[in-house]
Structures are given as structure tokens and as C-alpha cells.
Ligand binder design. Structure first.
Ligand code: SAH
Length: 572
């Protein structure tokens, strides 16, 4: 919820515009300003104050408690010129909504203002260590300073985990060299001695299996877990899940503790746990719930591990054991859209920025290189070795990294998503996420008018991977079915015959006056849009950077635009 606090008429008018834009997530606070801010502070995750920054600072100062839980605050000036991120810039990606930096951008977007952001890491494009999505401990200020000053920083990965690229200046630790950088980032679930130059990033790599007698308290289990981890030299910040047997799914102490720690409580059937070989089976749980091990077996099953990091330890009413889960890599299939930067989805940008490896055809990668975080590995391929690159993307994700496989338009349309998914096969061992992109077909259609207003088909005329007979059969079906058709890959230096053959087939079923659109380099610098007819089309204007859209028998040219009617008109 976004609380809106305004004092003047101009402020109230601007607040009303935010309410109109976000009716379900905004709430206005009236009355004496100090009182309004206090109520908004208590009830909202984000505040927009239509007030001077000075006045806002004075009013929120007595309310400040903790960087992690305080609401994000944005100030908007009286003229609506600036949206200033005042407090809580970074709190990105939490359930409570985005941080003030992002909120300032969103508010500025609605009001036509300029966002003002002063968090150093955001301004310079250096990733804030607290924005990587993992708990961070240690010398955050010192290492951030080193990053901003572009000093080399050692990155030591103890536990591989899918993370964004950490930094451009990262260097791998090399003990043989005497002058190792002073500043270090260590990705680890282990406890390390405090060091004024070291930051620890905590991947959620540990799974704690828990067995409990009825009525156990959350405190008892928490203490037992804490003691077991400390003794093994492991950090409680890296616990990613608790696991137990089905029968204990409702055990109040366990549910309360999972809640308190913000962790999922995974449960497994006793029969499954009973089938796991564990170091310390015992008779008590076998009698109570039907498996000789709960803590050890649940830790192993939930982590998908063969060995425990910490074998069972017990207190009066609980047992715990710890296993480490293999990193689960992430593969995103990201559509980059037809070319123009502002047709690339914000979600695609976020995924590109959270990947440490980006893979795709070189011409497409050039389109987005400036968006990548410093240090991102870019694997470009030329036309032809797409399959090999798709496989490399899956293999790299399987090694526990965060990989973005990109394609122009949509990555799943005549592009690398299919070979990647086929190669990934039936093993669900990585997270796979698709981010849709605006296809060449849609971009061309918008430029031409509304040629896709009724049923349409898309046919690739490339016979590199498909026999021409199959393509020809589809073109015939399209012709007979009277579909509007978009031809992808219509014509290249070596493939000149396919388009004329396809057009001849269509001419057998459509009048010579049928509108045809040719769009070359849609939304890119050299964009060309041509509206012609089946009779007049000169195929010489068509190349591999074009799509050709041929109308159905209902498609018309209206004021220079190609329009396919929606068809309801003809329904009886
Ligand atoms: N994944 C892409 C298609 C890749 S196949 C998509 O979803 O659009 C490559 C073919 O797409 C090219 O031969 C051309 O026919 C078409 N194409 C891609 N981008 C284009 C653009 N900006 N303008 C016109 N055609 C384009």
C-alpha cells in the first residue's frame, strides 16, 4: 500500500493523479500533516509526500526505526517537477513493494516528473550489495566504497548459487600471487572470522531437518538449530528451508518457528523418509510416526543430497540435522522485442540484469549490451551455432548459475528457446522462466495498421531446417483457409525462389488487389514500411530482415493502412 500525504491544492491534485493510476494500491491521508504522516507510516509500506524534503525529513525523523522495516519515502515538489527518493532506496523485491528509488521512477512516470536518486550504487550502475537478493553481512560499507572507487575486489565463491554478475572489477582469488586485493566478497554458508574488508553473501543453501515430540516449543527447536549450526561452523542466515515428516506439518512449535524465520516448512511422507539410508536411525520415531529417522532423512530428502553436513543432535523434545542443497540454476528465455529499446519489457531488463551469463546471437546481444551489469559474461554466437549455444545455456544453468538466453522478438518464436528446452529434457533440475517479447509479426502489424485483425498464420520460408515440400503444403493450407499470413525468413541471398513460389500459391486463391505489407527492420533505425498488392509486389525489396504480411480476401487498404475486419459484421 502506498500512503499519499499532501498539504496544498497542487499536492492534492498530484495525489489524485496517482490514485487514478493506482486505485487499488494507494490511500490518501488528510488532516494535520504530522499526524497524517504518522498514520501513513504505520499503515503503509511506501509513502509519497507532496512536501518539501526538509519538512518531510523533520516529520519522519522521530519515526525512523530500522532500514529494513521502515517504509520507503518519496517526496514530490509543489510544481510536480521532481520525485525524490528520500528514504529506503534499495528495499527492492520484497513483499512490501519496491524501494524508494524504483517508487520515485514510477511516481515520476505518472506525474511526468524527473526521478531524483542519490544512492551511490544506483547512480553509478554498480550493483548495491544489498540488492542481490541474498542476506549480506560484514563490511558492506567498506566493500561498497571499494566497488564505487573501482578498486579490484576478490570474489570467492564457496557455494555456487545463481546470482547476478557481481562486478566488473572482480578477480578470482589466487593464493600464488602476493598482492591479492584487500577487499573480498565471499559467497558462503560458513561462519568466517569478522574482517573489516570482507562482505559475506549468504545463499539459502542449508536445509535443516527437524524431528519433534508433540508440544515442542519454537524456542527449543530454534536453540537446538542454532547450537548445531554454530558447532559445525555454519551460518543460520544460510538456512533456506526446514523439513520434517508429514505428521508434524501442523506441529505448532515448528510452524511458529518457520514463520519466525521466514522459511518454508517442507514435509515428506513417513514412507519416503523410511526409505532413506541415514547414519543414526532410531526406534523412537519408528514407533511414533513410522520412520526410523525424521531429522536426518528429511534434511537429505529436502536437500536432494546424499550426505549430511551435520548429523543428528537432540534436545529434550527435538532432533535436528543439516544438509546442503545443490544450487539450483536459473535459465531465463528472454525476448528482446523487435529492436527499439522502449519495446523491451521492463521484466526482460530486470532478468538481463540479474543474470551472470547472457547468451545469444551477436547481433541481438549488441542491442542490449549496455544494460548488463559490469562483470556479466556474454557468450555470443554467429548464425548457425544456435543449437550449440542453447545447449551451453542449459549446461551453464545446471552448474548453478543464473543464465539469460536471449532472442530478438520473442525467444520462443523461431528462436533458441525450443532447442534449449529440448536439451534440458525431462530433468527438472533448473528453474526455467520465459519472458515474452514483442515479435516481428506484431511490430510489423502495428506499423502496417491492423492486418492481423482476424484469423492469421505465420510461416517461415526458410528451408534450412524444414523440407520445402512441408513448407509448400502449409502455404497451400493457408491459402485454402483464407488466413492472413506472415512470412518470416522470407528471402536471403541464397534463398530467392521460396517467396515467389509461396506468392504464386496465394495468387491462386486471392485477387490481385489483395493488400501485401512488407516491413523491413521494424522499429530499428533503417525501418521501411511498404504497402502494396499481390499483383504489384516486387520481391526484390524483400530480404532476411523483413517480414511479408499477405492479407486474406477480406483485408482492405484504408487510408494507406492494411486492415483486416474483425468479421462479426458478416455473422448472421
Ligand atoms: N524471434 C523472432 C524471429 C526470429 S527469425 C521474433 O519473435 O520475431 C528471424 C526473422 O524474423 C527474420 O528473417 C525476419 O523475417 C524476422 N524479423 C526479426 N526482426 C525483425 C524486424 N525488426 N523487422 C522485420 N523482420 C524481422
Amino acid at each position: 500500500m502506498i500512503g499519499l500525504v499532501s498539504v496544498t491544492a497542487a499536492g492534492a491534485a498530484a495525489a489524485a493523479r496517482l490514485v487514478a493510476a493506482w486505485p487499488d494500491s494507494t490511500r490518501c491521508y488528510d488532516g494535520p500533516t504530522a499526524d497524517a504522516i504518522r498514520r501513513a507510516w504505520d499503515e503503509c509500506d511506501q509513502l509519497v509526500c507532496f512536501l518539501a524534503t526538509g519538512a518531510t525529513v523533520r516529520l519522519v525523523a522521530p519515526l525512523l526505526a530500522d532500514k529494513r522495516s521502515d517504509p520507503a519515502v518519496v517526496c514530490v515538489d509543489e510544481a510536480g517537477r521532481h520525485a525524490v527518493a528520500l528514504l529506503g532506496g534499495h528495499r527492492d523485491g520484497t513483499a512490501a513493494g519496491c524501494g524508494a528509488n524504483r517508487l520515485a521512477e514510477q511516481v515520476a512516470g505518472v506525474l511526468g516528473a524527473s526521478p531524483v536518486i542519490t544512492t551511490a550504487t544506483d547512480v553509478t550502475g554498480v550493483p548495491g550489495l544489498d540488492t542481490l537478493g541474498l542476506p549480506v553481512e560484514g563490511a558492506v560499507a567498506a566493500v561498497s566504497r571499494a566497488l564505487l572507487d573501482q578498486e579490484p575486489v576478490q570474489v570467492q565463491v564457496d557455494v555456487a548459487w545463481p546470482l547476478p554478475a557481481l562486478l566488473g572489477t572482480a578477480v578470482q582469488p589466487d593464493q600464488s600471487k602476493p598482492d591479492q586485493p584487500r577487499h573480498r566478497i565471499v559467497v558462503t554458508d560458513r561462519l568466517l572470522p569478522a574482517d573489516p574488508h570482507t562482505v559475506l553473501l549468504r545463499p539459502p543453501s542449508l536445509v535443516v531437518g527437524v524431528g519433534a515430540s508433540r508440544g515442542v516449543s519454537a524456542d527449543e527447536v530454534e536453540q537446538l538449530i542454532g547450537a548445531a549450526l554454530v558447532q559445525a561452523g555454519l551460518s543460520v542466515s544460510s538456512v533456506g528451508a526446514l523439513a520434517t515428516v508429514h505428521d508434524k506439518a501442523d506441529e505448532v512449535g515448528l510452524v511458529t518457528l518457520a514463520d519466525r524465520l521466514g522459511l518454508p516448512l517442507s514435509t515428506f511422507p513417513a514412507s519416503q523418509l523410511a526409505s532413506v539410508t541415514v547414519p543414526n536411525p532410531s526406534a523412537a520415531p519408528l514407533a511414533a510416526v513410522g520412520t526410523p529417522s525424521v531429522a536426518e532423512a528429511a534434511a537429505l530428502v529436502a536437500a536432494g543430497a546424499d550426505d549430511l553436513l551435520v548429523p543428528k543432535s537432540k534436545s529434550a523434545m527435538a532432533t535436528v540435522a543439516v544438509a546442503r542443497r545443490a544450487p539450483r540454476g536459473r535459465l531465463t528465455l528472454v525476448g528482446l522485442g523487435p529492436g527499439a529499446r522502449d519495446l523491451l519489457a521492463p521484466r526482460a531488463i530486470a532478468e538481463l540484469r540479474s543474470a551472470s551469463v547472457v547468451i545469444g546471437l551477436d547481433q541481438y546481444l549488441d542491442q542490449i549490451r549496455d544494460l548488463l551489469r559490469p562483470g556479466t559474461r556474454v557468450l555470443a554466437s554467429g548464425l548457425g551455432d544456435e543449437e550449440a549455444r542453447a545447449q551451453e545455456a542449459v549446461t551453464t544453468a545446471r552448474s548453478g548459475r543464473s543464465v539469460a538466453l536471449v532472442g530478438s522478438g520473442d525467444a520462443g518464436v523461431y528462436a533458441m528457446a525450443s532447442p534449449a528446452l529440448e536439451f534440458a529434457g525431462d530433468d527438472i533440475d533448473i528453474d526455467i522462466v520465459g519472458i515474452p517479447g514483442i515479435t516481428a509479426n506484431l511490430a510489423a502489424s502495428a506499423l502496417l495498421g491492423a492486418p492481423l485483425g482476424h484469423d492469421h498464420a505465420v510461416v517461415s520460408l526458410s528451408d534450412l531446417h524444414t523440407p520445402w515440400e512441408a513448407i509448400e503444403a502449409r502455404v497451400r493450407a493457408v491459402a485454402v483457409g483464407d488466413f492472413v499470413v506472415t512470412f518470416y525468413n522470407p528471402r536471403s541471398l541464397n534463398r530467392r525462389q521460396q517467396l515467389p513460389l509461396a506468392l504464386d500459391i496465394l495468387r491462386e486463391h486471392r485477387p490481385p488487389t489483395t493488400p501485401v505489407g512488407v516491413v523491413r527492420e521494424a522499429t530499428r533505425a533503417d525501418e521501411q514500411v511498404l504497402l502494396t498488392t499481390l499483383a504489384d509486389l516486387d520481391v526484390e525489396v524483400v530480404d532476411m530482415r523483413s517480414v511479408v504480411i499477405v492479407g486474406s480476401t477480406n483485408t482492405r487498404a484504408v487510408a494507406g493502412r492494411m486492415v483486416t475486419p474483425r468479421g462479426y459484421r458478416w455473422m448472421s
